[in-house]
Unconditional design. Structure first.
Length: 129
């Protein structure tokens, strides 16, 4: 069973300049244990899609379920089970991203003297960056 299912998702809105098609009919799903990257050029709708996935925006059309939740309909119960960080300012070092993915329960700042990850493959990740 998919943990994330997006089917024919749209988000259109109007501005003074006219109609905007921020997300235009995307469909995808993720299975348990999958790790994905969501890439595209500026203005492709990546952030808008993530905002719909977190329940911050309501789509114009389509279906979206995350772990059985419809994020904007079951917002309070849903947000109690997720975590999201928006903006590049929150991540100051690409090594921190790799470390967070590699050892999510044992995160250590790259510049920190405190090394809870001693003896773990943490140093291999930083040496490759």
């Amino acid at each position: 069973m998919a943990v994330l299912k997006v089917e024919d998702l749209f988000l259109h809105y109007r501005t003074r300049r006219g109609a905007v098609r921020a997300v235009d009919g995307i469909t995808f799903e993720m299975q348990p244990g999958e790790l994905v990257g969501y890439l595209g050029p500026n203005g492709a709708g990546k952030s808008t899609t993530i905002k719909m996935l977190t329940g911050l925006l309501v789509p114009s059309a389509g279906e979206l379920r995350v772990n059985g939740f419809v994020p904007w309909k079951e917002r309070q119960a849903y947000v109690a089970r997720i975590g999201a960080v928006f903006g590049h300012e929150a991540v100051t070092d690409c090594g921190a991203i790799v470390l967070n993915l590699a050892n999510p329960g044992d995160w250590v700042s790259p510049g920190s003297n405190h090394n809870r990850s001693a003896g773990k493959p943490r140093d291999l990740y930083f040496n490759r960056l």
